[in-house]
Design a protein around this ligand. Structure first.
Ligand SMILES: Cc1cc2nc3c(=O)[nH]c(=O)nc-3n(C[C@H](O)[C@H](O)[C@H](O)COP(=O)(O)OP(=O)(O)OC[C@H]3O[C@@H](n4cnc5c(N)ncnc54)[C@H](O)[C@@H]3O)c2cc1C
Length: 369
C-alpha cells in the first residue's frame, strides 16, 4: 500500500513514521523547504527559536516517550506572566490568588468573586469568563487579549469557551502553569539539543520520499492523485494535514483562520525575564500579544538573549475559529471526504490541537488501517 501524505508538520511526520512501521510506503509533500511546520527550529543571531513557543505538555507520557526516544527532552515547570498596563504591574498567568491581593481594585474584585454563579451556564466566551472570575479580572487578563488575537468585535462570538476558560481559572499556591499539562507531573518538556525537534522530524520521514518546497496544484481525491509541478503522485490512500478548504478547492467556502507574525530581536544582555519564566502576555492595547524569551525554553547559552514578539496577522493559518458557523463549514468538508482519504492534524481537523493530540492521532490512524 502507498500513502500520499500532504504536509510535513508534527502530524504529517508522525503519520509517515507510523505508516512506515506498518510497512506502508509513504510519500510526503510539503510546501515549505523544511520539516516540522511551526515546530521547526530556526536560528537568529545564533539563537534557536520556533514560531511561537512549542514546549510539550506532559499528559499521559505517550507523546513525551515518542519524541524522547529520538531527541532527548528536558522537563521543567512552565511559568507565564502577563503585563497589566493599567496597573503598571507584572502578574502571573493563569490568574493567581496572591496577585489579586496586590491589585489596586482588590476589594471590587473580591466582591465580584463572591457574586459568581455556582454553575457556569454561559453560552459565550465573554460571559463564561465573567462567570468564572468576574468582570474586572476578565478585563485585566482576557478581554482585549482575546479580541486582538482573533480580530473580533466582541468575545461573545465564541459560543464554546472550554478551550479558553480551562480548569479552575484562579490558581493558588505555586506559579506553575498547568493549562497544557494535566497529568500528575504537571510539567512541560523541550528538546535538549540546539536544533530542537528537527532531528525528530527527520527521523520520522527517514524511509519516506519527501518533496519539500512543493506546491500542490490539485488533488483528485477520488483517484487518490496529487498533482505537483509536472508530476502526478498516485497513492492508495491520501492523508491530508493541510487546510480542508485548500484540499477541496474551497468548494464549501474559505475557512477562517488567524495567524501570527514572529519578530526575533536579539539584545545584548544575558537574560531579560526572571529565571525560569518563559513568556509574557500583553492583554492591553499593544498591537502584539506575546513576547517569548527562547533561551528559557531551549537552554541555549550565550551572553546575549533572543526575544520573539508575536503580532496577530493573516500571513499564515495557525488558529482555527471556535465559532459554530466555521466549525460547521469544516464538518461539511470532513463529511465529504471519500473513502481512503483521511484528514488529520490541526489544519486537517480545523481544531485547536496540541503536539500531544497530533501524535496520538497519528498512532490511532495507523492502528485503524
Ligand atoms: C503559535 C503556536 C504555539 C503553539 N504552542 C504549543 C505548545 O506550546 N505546545 C503544544 O503542544 N502545542 C502548541 N501548539 C500547537 C502545535 O504546535 C500544533 O498542534 C502542531 O504543531 C500542529 O502540527 P500539524 O502538523 O497538525 O500542523 P502544521 O504544523 O500546521 O503542519 C501543516 C504542514 O502542512 C504544510 N502545508 C500547508 N498547506 C500546504 C499545501 N497546500 N501544500 C503542501 N504543504 C502544505 C505546512 O507548511 C505545514 O508544514 C502551538 C501552535 C501555535 C500556532
Amino acid at each position: 500500500m502507498r500513502a500520499v501524505i500532504l504536509g510535513a508538520g508534527v502530524s504529517g511526520c508522525a503519520i509517515a513514521n507510523e505508516l512506515d512501521k506498518k510497512g506502508i510506503e509513504t510519500v510526503v509533500i510539503e510546501k515549505n523547504g523544511f520539516l516540522g511546520g511551526g515546530c521547526h527550529t530556526f536560528f537568529y543571531g545564533g539563537h534557536p527559536y520556533t514560531e511561537g513557543p512549542r514546549p510539550l505538555a506532559i499528559h499521559d507520557g505517550m507523546a513525551f516517550d515518542y519524541i524522547n526516544s529520538v531527541v532527548k527532552l528536558r522537563t521543567f515547570p512552565l511559568i507565564l506572566d502577563s503585563y497589566n498596563e493599567q496597573d503598571q504591574q507584572f502578574y502571573g498567568y493563569p490568574i493567581h490568588w496572591d496577585d489579586i491581593q496586590i491589585m489596586p481594585d482588590k476589594e471590587k474584585i473580591l466582591q465580584e468573586l463572591e457574586a459568581r454563579p455556582k454553575v457556569n451556564t454561559a453560552t459565550n466566551l465573554e460571559d463564561g469568563w465573567i462567570n468564572a472570575v468576574g468582570p474586572t479580572l476578565y478585563e485585566k487578563y482576557v478581554k482585549t487579549y482575546t479580541k486582538k488575537m482573533w480580530e473580533v468585535e466582541s468575545n461573545k462570538v465564541f459560543e464554546d469557551f472550554s478551550w479558553s476558560v480551562k480548569g479552575s481559572p484562579i490558581q493558588h499556591g505555586d506559579r506553575i502553569c498547568r493549562l497544557g499539562a494535566e497529568s500528575e507531573s504537571q510539567m512541560h518538556a523541550y528538546p535538549i539539543e540546539e536544533t530542537g525537534y528537527n532531528r525528530f522530524f527527520e527521523y520520522c520521514v527517514r524511509n519516506s520520499k519527501v518533496y519539500l518546497n512543493t506546491n500542490i496544484e490539485k488533488v483528485d481525491l477520488e483517484k487518490k492523485e496529487v498533482h505537483i509541478a509536472g508530476e502526478t503522485i498516485k497513492g492508495d490512500i491520501i492523508v491530508s494535514t493541510i487546510s480542508l478548504d485548500d484540499l477541496m478547492e474551497r468548494c464549501y467556502g474559505e475557512l477562517r483562520y488567524m495567524g501570527r507574525d514572529f519578530h526575533p530581536i536579539v539584545l545584548p544582555v544575558e537574560h531579560i525575564f526572571k529565571e525560569g519564566h518563559h513568556f509574557m502576555h500583553y492583554p492591553n492595547n499593544e498591537k502584539y500579544t506575546r513576547i517569548v524569551e527562547y533561551k528559557n525554553l531551549t537552554g541555549h547559552k550565550a551572553d546575549s538573549t533572543l526575544l520573539v514578539m508575536e503580532l496577530p496577522s493573516h500571513n499564515n493559518k495557525l488558529y482555527s475559529y471556535n465559532i459554530k458557523s466555521e466549525q460547521d463549514k469544516a464538518a461539511k468538508y470532513i463529511n465529504a471526504l471519500p473513502n481512503g482519504v483521511y484528514a488529520r492534524g490541526r489544519l486537517g481537523t480545523y481544531k485547536y490541537l496540541n503536539i500531544n493530540d497530533c501524535i496520538a492521532a497519528a498512532c490511532e490512524l495507523a492502528e485503524s488501517l
